[in-house]
Design a binder for this molecule. Sequence first.
Ligand SMILES: [Zn+2]
Length: 279
Amino acid sequence: MPEGDTILRAAAALHRALAGHVVTRFESVYPAVNRVAEDRIIIGRTVESAFARGKHLLVAFSGDLALHTHMRMNGSWHLYRAGERWKRPARDMRVLIATATVEAVGFNVPVAELLTTRDIARHRELGALGPDLLDAAFDAAEAVRRMRARPADAVGDVMLNQRVMAGIGNMFKSEVLFLAGVDPFAPVSALADPDLERIVAVAREQLGANVMTRAQTLSRSIERTTTRSLDPNSRLWVYGRGGKRCRRCGGAIESRKTGIDARLTYWCPRCQPARRAGE
Ligand SMILES: [Zn+2]
């Protein structure tokens, strides 16, 4: 699943390429999008901005209309100069916004819809999002409060819940909990406020660092790091390292499938000792 920093980078690149320019072509394979686009013509509108909200990406057009997309697991946005050959097959195109000079192509983007400001406010997912970790006005106390509201949930699951805080995917979940020294399976009720505050602070710092230090390109895969190591083999602490030695204590890193989509959680049992409710 793309992490919040990926979406933020995609939004920033789309904003730079499209904002202030008039739409010359708009295409989608989704009938619902096309129906709205027929009624409320997109061609001729100016792109006002592209921005991220949690893991949602929005492109706002003049005249109170925005394209909302969510990349889920496999979606991605590519930017091309007009006429440039696409790097993905045309059959993977789900939505396209073109200006006189640029084509922005959403490949395999599974969620796309056209919304007004009012639709966005009432939107089931967009309206309910928790504080966005990459937002300058992020409210850490509110994120902690929303974590506390789910005392029985494992802290690792709570971090992925976009209604609690928006922006964390599976990779950052494992890395942040390692850096915070917290067992991913501990219920929130077993954790003290300073634990939750530390998790939120580390999550913010890591997402922010990965936004600021990477080249802002869309089609190139982005190498994330949480260790600040320049060695490409030691970019991450635990994620994807099941069975290998912990970089901090030398113990074996464990991994376990969790949740409905069986995503892997990675952790070091020595650096992140188990905690149960009431301890
Ligand atoms: Zn360790």
